[in-house]
Design a protein around this ligand. Structure first.
Ligand code: A2P
Length: 421
């Protein structure tokens, strides 16, 4: 008997170009390379995405969590998505009928293929995601996305000064933005988006650039509605070619009293535990120091009598002069923070990375790894991530700890946070 040909409705995964801050987290996270981008948009390949949801939680803005029910044969192709300025409206006749695409060839398992209706984090995350996609259990509840590019908040620059030695190439600035009476609640580990004025060569508004907040929740200046950023002036691309980073140059050149358009706040997982007895193992390079500064300063201001939580920091830079906040960092009391610096280009000295410093302190790192209240934060250069995970594995192994199961447990418990770029 002939019947109607079944028409397959796909719940197509899309990224909202209006909210997306082009931070590349989704593309980094996707275990099956279903996400790609050009200079305009980040987009999802309908024929590759299997709805594993690994990308949902790590996205700082929620732009990733968008779905449209479409006829599978008419799924929006990548070329079309790359031209979008906003998402298409849902066709009412198909709404609610879609199901997520099947895993395609080469699609590895891991993660849930459960419904795409909600952005609830996959608890513990996909096995293919290396860090936690949930916050520490005792983290405060963050506010996110209070302001977007259509309705940004205006902040006033109240400070802007260089925090690297003037003789070095690394021009890193400490920039303080004040929000006055406008609400802008933040937590350590969160980030904000800055919209540089002007347009791109083809006349589009600049996309927001994301910067980690370098100050604690109660303000760079305690009790004030302000926050600090740590911004490196970009003068070269990844291949060493001269480029002028649009937003970093804009920010580093700001004067006191200038007004900046801000989006955010963003981020709901890379947060610090409120529990005062928890230990923080912080590993960073360059401007990756921003969230570590925020967490350290929060702990410093709230040093609680009797609290047993330790702070251990591994911080890498080319030279002492290129390490942001070198002076203030060394002024922190040794019984408050265990600081370990690694310089890679000190003349006459062997190259030293954060991993090398961690290996030298293996016994103390292992002691922290043994502890159920230890939280690890890694922020900075992408290349460091592999090296740090490898050295953690070595240190754990030498201490008789089963790293694969410890790693999995730390991820699931919101105790291993990676933010590299
Ligand atoms: P290098 O001298 O090899 O570039 P940057 O100044 O570019 O932000 O880098 C900060 C520090 O991170 C530098 O000391 C840099 O060393 C170091 N670094 C580069 N690659 C890695 C890596 N794979 N692991 C750890 N540190 C790294």
């Amino acid at each position: 008997m002939n019947g109607p040909v079944p028409v397959e409705v796909l719940k197509q995964h899309l990224i909202d170009p209006e909210i997306c801050i082009r931070c590349n987290t989704c593309e980094e996270t996707c275990p099956i390379d279903a996400i790609t981008h050009d200079e305009n948009n980040y987009v999802v390949r309908a024929d590759t995405c299997n709805g594993c949801m690994a990308c949902i939680s790590p996205c700082p803005t929620g732009a990733i969590d968008n779905w449209r029910d479409v006829l599978r044969a008419e799924a929006y192709p990548v070329d079309e998505q790359l031209t979008w300025d906003e998402l298409p409206v849902q066709d009412d006749t198909l709404a609610g009928q879609g199901s997520i695409g099947e895993a395609t060839e080469g699609a590895a398992g891991g993660g849930s293929t459960g419904g795409a209706e909600s952005a609830e984090p996959v608890i513990g995350g996909s096995d293919l995601v290396r860090g936690s996609v949930v916050p520490p259990w005792s983290a405060a509840k963050p506010y996110v996305n209070l302001y977007n590019h259509k309705a940004p908040v205006q902040a006033t620059v109240v400070g802007n000064y260089r925090v690297t030695d003037a003789s070095t190439e690394s021009d890193i600035h400490h920039i303080v933005l004040d929000f006055g009476k406008q609400p802008f609640p933040v937590l350590e580990g969160q980030s904000i988006g800055i919209i540089a004025p002007g347009t791109t060569a083809d006349g589009r508004a600049h996309h927001a650039r994301q910067y980690s907040i370098a100050s604690p929740r109660d303000g760079e200046r305690p009790g004030y509605n302000n926050l600090a950023l740590t911004v490196k002036r970009v003068t070269k691309d990844h291949h060493g070619q001269a480029v002028g980073g649009v937003c970093s140059n804009y920010l580093c050149d700001l004067k006191k009293g200038d007004v900046v358009n801000v989006m955010g706040p963003f981020g709901s997982t890379f947060l610090m535990p409120n529990h005062a007895d928890s230990h923080l193992l912080m590993i960073c390079t360059g401007t990756g120091a921003a969230p570590m500064r925020a967490m350290t300063e929060y702990r410093r201001r709230r040093r609680m009598k009797g609290a047993t939580g330790k702070l251990m920091l591994f911080f890498g830079a080319r030279t002492q002069g290129e390490l942001p906040y070198f002076g203030p960092l060394l002024n922190l009391p040794k019984d408050f923070i265990d600081t370990n610096l690694a310089f890679s280009r000190t003349p006459g000295q062997p190259k030293r990375y954060v991993q090398d410093a961690m290996r030298e302190r293996a016994a103390d790192v292992a002691a922290l790894l043994r502890h159920d209240h230890t939280y690890i934060y890694v922020c900075g250069l992408k290349g460091m991530e592999d090296g740090v995970l490898q050295v953690l594995q070595t240190i754990a192994g030498e201490a008789g700890l089963d790293w694969p199961s410890l790693w999995q447990r730390m991820k699931t418990e919101g105790r291993l946070h990676l933010e590299t770029y």
